[in-house]
Design a protein around this ligand. Structure first.
Ligand code: 4AD
Ligand code: MG
Length: 478
């Protein structure tokens, strides 16, 4: 196979006059003369100029939107507007035809809802090309950030017998014939006969196993898929999402916050530096989309400005108790504009509250700490007030919660007491408790919802548009 040059490289070329081979998918073919060709290496197309008078008519007819082609030609300075170079075609080969009558992606604007139904082809649009290149950069930057700090990438299991968050939202994993599972004498399903000899599920979080790693390797992180059977049909929830969970020995909650803030800034900066064209495109897309909204609902900043703002400013840090005071006194609460009115201390914050704090009150990312223990997980470290735990949630504009984390309860007696209080079986988590028996130390960690990060950086409005093949209630297509 002949060497081809990717379009990104060709468009950046300062040299012209040489023959090049370029391959890609036809976006448009204008006047039998100009092909806009894209190969996914960049949002920008390269223009192929066809000498139609000397080209077989049958071949011209096969240059249709969606077709895969290979072109050999001379790279020349472009006379047209919008590009500096173009390719004067000498040979065109059709690699894969695309029937223009049947091809679902027409060269026009399609709705995001329609594109979700053809998620197998939506990568070929400008918007989704940009999203998935940004997603790729963010993933790479996450690894680079932790690797530069000497963290160990730890692969925690996907299949597990524990429910780390204790929320009972797990997907079961079984090899039984579900119509006819073996039963015990008392009529219950006999998991002893199942593949793993016990009931198992897909992981909701790698945290508990991550803590085991940190208790020897010091600093670890996971980056893998997690699964939640919560029946949330929202623009912020998926049933399968990717989570990054660092866990650090000898960290307290302040160290934890510092690390989380530094990580978010690092990966956003990486995308800004490495995906300039994509972020510019997505900024324009969002600005166009917002023009459809009434003036008072449009954001004050463009996407690019929001990202730069996030890098330039310290996140606001305050306690849950302080946040509740602000919310209680807020205009929307007094005017009964919140769907869930903020009454007293102890209630969980809804996304409308989180977004009020971030978007209206502080107008910047916020880190909330020290939540009531009743609304947080069993493993969070209990504060001396007996009421709160050393939790931290990071809230982002347009998103709400992007990170959830805490300092962990390292004191065996306190941890066991909390597990008893809320009914977490200690015998099943004997291995977790062992790390509190042998060489326990202060430690902390957090979980970043990767898709929520991608939502923020791409300015998209629906989490189903930032993962290639979204999984949500009543949908597992592709
Ligand atoms: O707050 P969560 O449930 O925390 C944990 O799972 C901890 N074990 C993390 C830790 O301390 N190691 O989830 C963490 C983050 C949330 O802040 C959110 O960004 C994301 O995961 N998340 C989801 N993202 C998409 N769809 C869902 N259904 C999500 N549930 C949580
Ligand atoms: Mg949370």
């Amino acid at each position: 196979m002949s060497q081809r040059t990717k379009i990104k490289e060709l468009l950046a070329s300062t040299q012209t006059g040489m023959d090049v081979t370029v391959k890609g998918w036809v976006r448009t073919f204008r006047n039998n003369q100009f092909i806009a060709l894209n190969d996914g290496s960049t949002n920008n197309n390269i223009q192929i100029v066809v000498d139609f008078e000397n080209t077989d008519v049958a071949l011209l007819k096969r240059i249709t939107t969606g077709a895969a082609i290979s072109v050999v030609g001379e790279l020349v300075a472009s006379l047209g507007k919008g590009q500096s170079v173009e390719v004067k075609a000498k040979e065109i080969e059709i690699l894969g035809d695309s029937d223009p009558e049947k091809y679902p992606l027409q060269p026009k604007k399609h709705s995001l809802e329609f594109l979700r139904e053809i998620a197998h082809l939506r990568f070929r649009t400008n918007t989704f090309g940009a999203i998935f290149r940004v997603r790729n950069s963010l993933a790479f930057a996450v690894h680079q950030f932790f690797q530069e700090k000497g963290f160990v990438y730890l692969h925690t299991p996907i299949i597990t017998a524990s429910d780390a968050e204790g929320a009972g939202e797990t997907f079961h994993v079984t090899n039984f014939d579900i119509a006819n599972p073996p039963k015990t004498e008392t009529g219950e399903i006999d998991y002893k006969q199942d593949f793993f000899g016990r009931a198992t599920n897909l992981t909701v979080s790698g945290q508990l196993e991550g803590e085991l790693g940190a208790m020897a390797l010091s600093d670890i992180y996971t980056f893998g898929p997690t699964f939640r059977a919560e029946n949330s049909n929202t623009t912020r929830h998926l049933a399968e999402f990717w989570m990054i969970e660092p866990e650090m020995a000898f960290y307290d909650i302040v160290d934890n916050m510092d690390l989380a803030e530094a990580m978010l800034k690092y990966v956003i900066k990486y995308a800004l530096d490495n995906n300039k064209d994509d972020i510019e495109f997505l900024t324009q897309r969002l600005t166009e989309e917002e023009k459809q909204k009434p003036q008072n609902e449009r954001s004050e900043m463009t996407l690019l400005e929001k990202l730069q703002f996030c890098l330039a400013n310290d996140f606001e840090r305050l306690t849950y108790t302080e946040a509740i005071e602000i919310l209680r006194e807020s205009t929307p609460n007094k005017k009964k504009k919140f769907q869930y009115p903020v009454e007293g201390w102890g209630t969980d914050l809804q996304s409308e509250h989180e977004r009020y704090l971030v978007e209206k009150h502080f107008k910047k990312p916020v880190i909330l700490t020290d939540y009531p223990k009743e609304i947080k997980s069993f493993y969070m470290r209990q504060n001396d007030d007996g009421k709160t735990v050393a939790a931290m949630d990071i809230l982002f504009p347009g998103i709400g919660e992007i990170i959830g984390g805490s300092q962990r309860e390292e004191r065996l007696d306190k941890l066991e007491q909390r597990m008893d209080e809320i009914g977490i079986p200690k015998d099943e988590l004997w291995w977790y408790l062992d790390t509190r028996r042998f060489g326990a130390c202060p430690h902390a960690g957090f979980g970043l919802g990767f898709e929520r990060l991608v939502l923020f950086v791409t300015g998209m409005g629906n989490i189903r548009d930032v993962i290639p093949f979204p999984r949500f209630p009543k949908n597992a297509e592709f």
